[in-house]
Design a protein around this ligand. Structure first.
Ligand SMILES: Cc1cc2nc3c(=O)[nH]c(=O)nc-3n(C[C@H](O)[C@H](O)[C@H](O)COP(=O)(O)O)c2cc1C
Length: 364
């Protein structure tokens, strides 16, 4: 468990439809104007990171999608401290382009850009844009080479890589990104995803889960990291519904699920089971997701940040105890709820963390 303060990130709604596949009212918009203001609210509220999403096409009603790197750069230009994580999909992107693009954004933003290397789960998207669909574990082999290429180009002169997917020959890219170098996050929870994290990623992002479910993954990854020497930090997704009483918060989740769009959720379920089935050990991100879980498309209800500020703060600390370094948050009404979270929840988390630190010192 880390003794550092737990970090907070929010999902950038650069995709229409919000973060739940439901017809419930959502006061959230995917426009640049809404997102610029949201980023400013988030950094004032104490958020550390914003995570943009990449979709070339949608399978569950998210009809409009702004591209992640360009959108991230715009958010950086309108903020001062917030770090922005741009989602990158190997396949459509080549590491040569991403290394260069992100290095320039590092200079433009005073080193506040990071990347989330996603490996692809949606076969229909790949077909639509004419990209070859690789088997599950092959997608991770490609992502791992992609990350090795980025890190090599960012840190070495005369970089050479003779991979199965990418080739570089004595490549010196200038300028290199500013320091600290862009952090490399990854999304995905399967065996291949965890092994890749232990070898090359700085951060591992996983779907919503219980503290016990998270701890099993963390123990697995940290066991492997001990062998590779790559210390991986852990981020977990959660959809937060925080109200004055737990009953009110639960009622909101009930309404989200009751107003779910069944066709869109079933369509999404079909796609992700396709992706999950192709993971040989069957432990991928959506291996056990129920209909309710899928209404928040990264199992965000499972993390149970649903209740009063005090309850949610305690559950965040429980996730931290289980190994989370970062909590990634989605909300129904982003601008209002990110601000509320900063005022009512983050200070309680900091109090609980300080109390925990004192207990640890006393126990020594
Ligand atoms: C926090 C998080 C963010 C993700 N963001 C994206 C994204 O923007 N675009 C995308 O295509 N996939 C995204 N993914 C999907 C993953 O990269 C991966 O393809 C998926 O989780 C399936 O992984 P698995 O079956 O190997 O566990 C994200 C996953 C997580 C956990």
């Amino acid at each position: 468990m880390t003794t550092d303060p737990v970090k907070f990130a929010y999902w950038v709604p650069n995709v229409s439809g919000g973060l739940v596949i439901s017809d419930i009212e959502q006061r959230t918009s995917w426009t640049p104007e809404y997102n610029r203001k949201l980023a400013q609210i988030a950094e004032a509220a104490g958020f550390d990171y914003a995570l943009s999403q990449i979709r070339f096409t949608a399978g569950y009603g998210a009809d409009n999608q702004h591209e992640s790197v360009a959108f991230s750069q715009d958010l950086l230009a309108h903020t001062e401290r917030l770090k922005v994580i741009a989602a990158i999909l190997p396949g459509p992107w080549a590491p040569s382009v991403v290394a260069k693009q992100i290095a320039t954004i590092s200079h433009l933003s005073n080193a506040r850009i990071a990347v989330n290397i996603v490996s692809g789960w949606f076969r229909g998207e790949f077909s639509a844009i004419g990209e070859l669909w690789l088997d599950h574990d092959e997608r991770y082999r490609r992502s791992e080479e992609f990350i090795r290429a980025l890190k090599g180009i960012w840190t070495q002169d005369d970089f050479t890589l003779r991979g199965d997917f990418y080739r570089f020959a004595n490549y010196t890219m200038k300028p290199k990104p500013l320091h600290p170098l862009p952090e490399v996050f990854q999304g995905g929870s399967s065996r291949a995803a965890r092994d890749m994290a232990a070898r090359v990623s700085d951060w591992y992002f996983t779907n919503g889960n219980t503290p016990e479910g998270l701890k099993a993954q963390v123990d697995d990854i940290q066991g492997k990291s001990a062998e590779t020497g790559n210390r991986v930090k852990i981020g977990i997704n959660a959809f937060a519904v925080i109200r004055d009483t737990e009953a009110e918060a639960r009622a909101v989740v009930h309404e989200i699920v009751a107003k779910a769009n069944p066709e869109a959720v079933q369509g999404f379920a079909h796609e992700v089971k396709n992706a999950g089935k192709s993971s040989p050990e069957g432990e991928g991100n959506w291996a056990t997701s129920s209909f309710t879980d899928l209404v928040q498309y990264n199992d965000g209800f499972r993390s149970n940040l649903i209740g009063t500020p005090q309850q949610v703060a305690e559950r965040i600390v429980a996730l931290k105890d289980a190994g989370a370094d970062l909590i990634l948050l989605g909300f129904l009404h982003f601008q209002e709820e990110v601000e509320y979270f900063g005022t009512h929840v983050i200070p309680l988390v900091r109090q609980l963390e300080a109390q925990r630190a004192k207990e640890l010192v006393a126990a020594e």
